[in-house]
Ligand binder design. Structure first.
Ligand code: PAF
Length: 154
């Protein structure tokens, strides 16, 4: 299992797979992995040739600084879990790696989605999620991405 902290290293690790036309499956996470993530990894394994998992606690999707500060960070345990479940590549970027120009959040019109349920209580939350997912997709270039059902509104 390759662990990359830098975009450049990750892309070196993935380049041969991309040019060989392999199907890259991607599971974006914020770490603190559990059985739900493992099931996404298993699904990605079944449908793709290479499985990439990212672990990044994304500052732009938090409304309260204290939630961001207290978000569980269990990297060593997460890496053990990923290794035991046959993950190929883990991307663990720093904040500046993902946000080189500062914590800028994009804005999209999600219609009703951003004002009901979680959207109602967390203004800007979905903009932050899409900002990071878009950036991660551009970096990893997956063929398929896997999200948990708990993130249905996302
Ligand atoms: O649902 C999550 O874990 C996060 O919102 C995601 C999709 C990894 C983006 O930070």
């Amino acid at each position: 299992m390759v662990v990359s902290e830098q975009i450049e290293d990750l892309q070196i690790a993935l380049n041969s797979s991309l040019s060989a036309g392999k199907r890259i499956g991607f599971v974006p996470t914020m770490g603190a992995l559990h059985a739900g993530h493992v099931s996404l990894l298993a699904l990605a394994r079944r449908h793709c040739d290479i499985v990439v998992v990212s672990i990044f606690v994304n500052p732009t999707q938090f409304n309260q600084t204290s939630d961001l500060t207290h978000y569980p960070r269990t990297l060593e345990k997460d890496l053990e879990m990923l290794k035991a479940n046959h993950c190929d590549v883990v991307f663990v970027p720093s904040v500046p790696e993902i946000y080189p120009d500062g914590l800028i959040r994009g804005h999209w019109d999600f219609g009703l989605l951003s004002s009901v349920l979680e959207g109602h209580f967390r203004p800007g939350h979905f903009d932050g999620v899409l900002t990071v997912v878009k950036r991660l997709f551009e970096i990893v270039q997956p063929k398929v991405a896997f999200f948990g059902e708990k993130d249905f509104q996302q």
